[in-house]
Design a protein around this ligand. Structure first.
Ligand code: GLU
Length: 458
């Protein structure tokens, strides 16, 4: 009998306990749907672990984990180009520091609210644990919409944002990075403002430009890492990216570098999207065009077809999942792939899903993939490459040196391979072989829970 085999009665008790704690989380965080879903997704994996390790229940680990150590909300006033005063709301959740300084990105998007920030921060705890790096979980952002704003407006907003946030962060305290709406330009402005107030503490942000403390490979890391993870899943079935048709949603830096790496491994990328619609290119998406349009010129993906006449543009980004493909990489945003889309993908013969975005598949869509035997690489494992290289950026800043692109890429590959292995091992140890969502949740959870217990009731 394996050490993890538990009595049915213990499993039922653990399930009841998890439900009780989940109900309390819902009651305490009413209307926070995204946060509730993120908690449910983790908690649903944990009954077998709790049944085999009752001390996690005695130590009230679930109750402690679901409550952020700290949640900061603040006013961000700024002046737009028409000399009008604007007011946005800023957030930083410092969710869990059991493994190290809080670490996680900042998202600037009109949909940002406390629920979205808490869902992302909660996910980040377990994702960061899986990387094996000494980083806790945090997240932040604002309901500021960078779309259509001038460079000067972006600068004025970010300077105001940091004039409040600076007092809560620091290289050994909390290290923000990018996320949706926050890339190299925004990190640069925020780092500049932080430096004016606090002095040069290079390690306070990650995702900096390579000329002033940033790490090579950071921009590519989330997309590359996602493809490395899917490569591991395919490899276990004796398969690969070679000659596969791939659909990648989004056209931000996760999507762009997932497309680039998948193409490098022999796949044809036939579609990508932005929030307005998607493009389909039977010749294979020209990644350089997408990169220039989105990263340099900051234009819409619809403009791709003007340069590639065989490509077509389709309004409505969620319909991208109607395209027949072997591999789907949702790299845009949360809940972009629902149950209906999951059924369509399965009917069209999809073999593998790799989540580059945070929580892109709904809980119901994930159930469809699992019950159809489709390989499913869950976000907190498959997209952990970005934050993993962020942690490598912190190391390089502390050591005052910089590794080459190849060195960082090799470390990223090793980390993604370890995350895959840990997820497989945990899924097998707790009787759910093949379910990498459960495996990743369990492996991440145990690391954080054990550190919390070792550090006492804090
Ligand atoms: N926002 C990214 C994520 O969701 C990166 C975070 C970081 O590098 O700190 O993991």
């Amino acid at each position: 009998m394996s050490t993890n085999t538990v009595e049915n009665k213990d499993l039922e008790n653990a399930k009841r306990y998890v439900q009780t704690v989940y109900d309390a989380v819902v009651a305490r965080n009413p209307h926070e749907r995204e946060f509730q879903d993120a908690v449910k997704e983790i908690f649903d994996s944990l009954a077998p672990v709790l049944a085999a390790n009752p001390h996690y229940i005695e130590q009230r680990i679930l109750e402690r984990m679901a409550e952020p150590e700290r949640m900061i909300t603040f006013r961000v006033p700024w002046v737009d180009d028409r000399n009008q005063i604007q007011v946005n709301r800023g957030f930083r959740v410092q969710f869990n520091s059991a493994l190290g300084p809080y670490k996680g990105g900042l998202r600037f998007h009109p949909s940002v609210n406390a629920s979205i920030i808490k869902f992302l921060g909660f996910e980040q705890i377990f994702k960061n644990a899986l990387t094996g790096q000494p980083i806790g979980g945090g997240k932040g952002g604002s309901d500021f919409d960078p779309k259509g704003k001038s460079d000067l407006e972006i600068m004025r907003f970010t300077q105001s944002f940091i004039t409040e946030l600076y007092r809560h962060i620091g290289p050994d305290i909390d290290v923000p990075a990018g996320d949706i709406g926050v890339g190299g330009r925004e990190i640069g402005y925020m780092f500049g403002q932080y430096k004016r107030i606090r002095g040069n503490e290079a390690g306070v942000f990650t995702g900096k430009g390579v000329g002033y403390g940033g790490s090579l490979t950071r921009t590519e890391a989330t997309g590359y890492g996602c493809v490395y993870f899917v490569q591991e899943m395919l490899g276990a079935r004796g398969d690969s990216f070679m000659d596969k048709t791939v659909v990648v949603s989004g056209s931000g830096n996760v999507s762009i570098y997932a497309m680039q790496k998948a193409a490098e491994l022999g796949a044809t990328i036939v579609a990508c999207s932005d929030s307005d619609g998607y493009i389909y290119d039977p010749d294979g998406i020209n990644i350089n065009t997408v990169r220039r349009l989105k990263e340099v010129e900051r234009r819409r993906i619809s403009e791709y077809v003007a340069e590639h006449p065989r490509a077509t543009y389709h309004p409505g980004s969620q319909n991208i999942w109607n395209i027949k493909c072997d591999i789907a990489l949702p790299c845009a945003t949360q809940n972009e792939l629902d149950e209906k889309s999951a059924h369509i993908l399965v009917e069209n013969g999809v073999k593998a899903i790799g989540e580059g975005a945070n929580m892109p598949s709904t809980l119901q869509a994930i159930d469809v993939f699992h019950s159809s035997g489709v390989l499913f690489g869950p976000a907190k494992a498959a997209n952990a490459g970005g934050v993993a290289v962020s942690a490598l950026e912190m190391s390089q800043n502390s050591m005052r040196l910089s590794w080459t692109f190849e060195e960082v890429d090799a470390k990223l590959k090793t980390i993604m391979n370890n995350i895959y292995r840990q997820s497989v091992d945990a899924s097998e140890a707790y009787g759910h072989a093949g379910n990498l969502l459960m495996g990743a949740n369990i492996a991440g959870f145990k690391k954080v829970a054990n550190a919390m217990i070792a550090q006492g009731v804090v």
